[in-house]
Design a protein around this ligand. Sequence first.
Ligand code: HEC
Ligand code: HEC
Length: 486
Amino acid sequence: MKNTFSPPNSRQIAMPKPDKWRYYLYLSVIWLVSPLVQDAVYAAGAISGDTVFIENNTAFPNASGLSATFSTQTAIDLDNEFFQPLGSNGRSCSTCHLPEEGWSITPKGVQQRFNGSGGGEAIFRTNDGANSQHAKVSTLKARRVAYSLLLNKGVIRMGIKVPENAEFELIDISDPYGFATVNDLNPSFEFSLFRRPLPATNLKFLSAVMWDGRETVSGRSIHYDLTRQANNATTGHAQGQPLSSAQRRHIVEFETALFTAQVYDNDAQVLNVSGVKGGPVALSKQGFYKGINDFFGDGKTGQPHNSRVFKLYDAWNDLMVTAPTDIRAAVARGQQLFNSKPIVISGVPGLNDAPGFGNIDVINGTCSTCHNTPNAGSHSASRFLNIGVSDAAQRTSDMPLHTLRNKATGELLKSTDPGRALITGKWQDIGRFKVPVLRGLAARAPYFHNGMAKELGNVLDFYDRRFQIGFDNRERLDLILFLRSL
Ligand code: HEC
Ligand code: HEC
């Protein structure tokens, strides 16, 4: 027997004609059933016998509209190992990668789970859910304190050691949670790095796996990397035994079939009709290969970089002239700004110092210089960039700050998260991270690896300061409307 949790007769979001009232109806129906879907997702591991799945294109509400997932496996199979507790602490992949939260987690969702379970639900485990592994969790009040970063920013603690033979050493840590202190400077010391779960969807467009690329093995496919990743997530996050090769294969086949995007915006309305190409179905047909449209020339064809990376809303370009006050014209303008608003990119390690390209000090670029993958917005080459998110200047008092010393030069650097450098041991890699896919953004605020940008507006404020772009209010609004329609 088959069970689905979408409302009967009103679950397909892809429909021939735009009809906003039907969407409002969906919205209300889906609001009503969404606790059911959540329960189903959380309990999927416990359900046996029946095949349980979420229909393709079932829409889930978020702050600015609806997002949906399309699986090339025809539906989201809740019987997949992805939803089963595979370790010893009750967690499954779906503990931190939820379909209704853009296959990541949101503070709001985490807070609901905390309130519903008194902080007992499986995400609340001290190994990596708490601010410190030693945090006291015996009372409700203690648990609220212990899991404050997870509750406020939806971040998970990654424990990573300094690699042997690193070009730098750790000389001081300021950790508000007293976990990683200088007293811990011993061989088993690990950094506490608080990071957002990257979405376990739209994986077709990856050139590197994890924020620091640590699951990416040079010369191997993303498929291979994801298989490694699934296993390490089980032994790490879920504190379990290694997965069988069949389990790994099932998980990777499941997650690589997923495509997620916003399908409806509260203001611009339907995002996948009348020639516009929003939504997950069109995304699933988008071509990709490593190095496509690279800034330094396409990896396969050698064609120069085309800054028109997003073309989803081209069908609304005319409105910029005929109906400039229409919200859909604003979305089209936002897309144009993303593709063409000049940004003077300098001092970005990983780009301005890219070896083999002549170390270009100043690149006259755009958002799409770094977010170069057509209609997806990831970086198509396996390259890690430091735009300054983990710089000391961005540090807020809830984050640990690490002082690192270059063993050769004695130079000092402070960073909340050294990123790629903890994988390669290279000084120049401090603060470098991968460029994430930009689809389905509205479903999974906050942004950046440490969740420091609460909303898309905060992302733009960061870029405006970092690169002195000088957005005016109109441009800022247009860009937000575009980004939240992705
Ligand atoms: C406790 C929460 C948690 C659990 C459980 C969890 N993940 Fe994750 N996942 C994360 C975090 C946090 C990251 C990003 C970490 C980083 O980059 O350092 C991540 C990253 C990923 C990525 C990388 C995506 C990308 O763009 O590179 C994939 C794929 C993924 N997880 C799949 C899984 C699978 C499959 C499972 C189950 C076997 C799983 N996760 C279990 C928190 C979790
Ligand atoms: C110099 C390269 C570069 C440029 C230019 C750039 N980005 Fe980014 N972007 C990145 C990197 C790297 C990250 C990840 C940084 C981190 O979290 O440490 C990122 C992250 C983001 C995120 C957060 C995604 C998430 O899942 O958390 C958004 C949104 C974003 N960029 C939008 C933009 C917009 C809009 C512009 C233009 C105004 C822009 N970017 C320009 C490199 C760039």
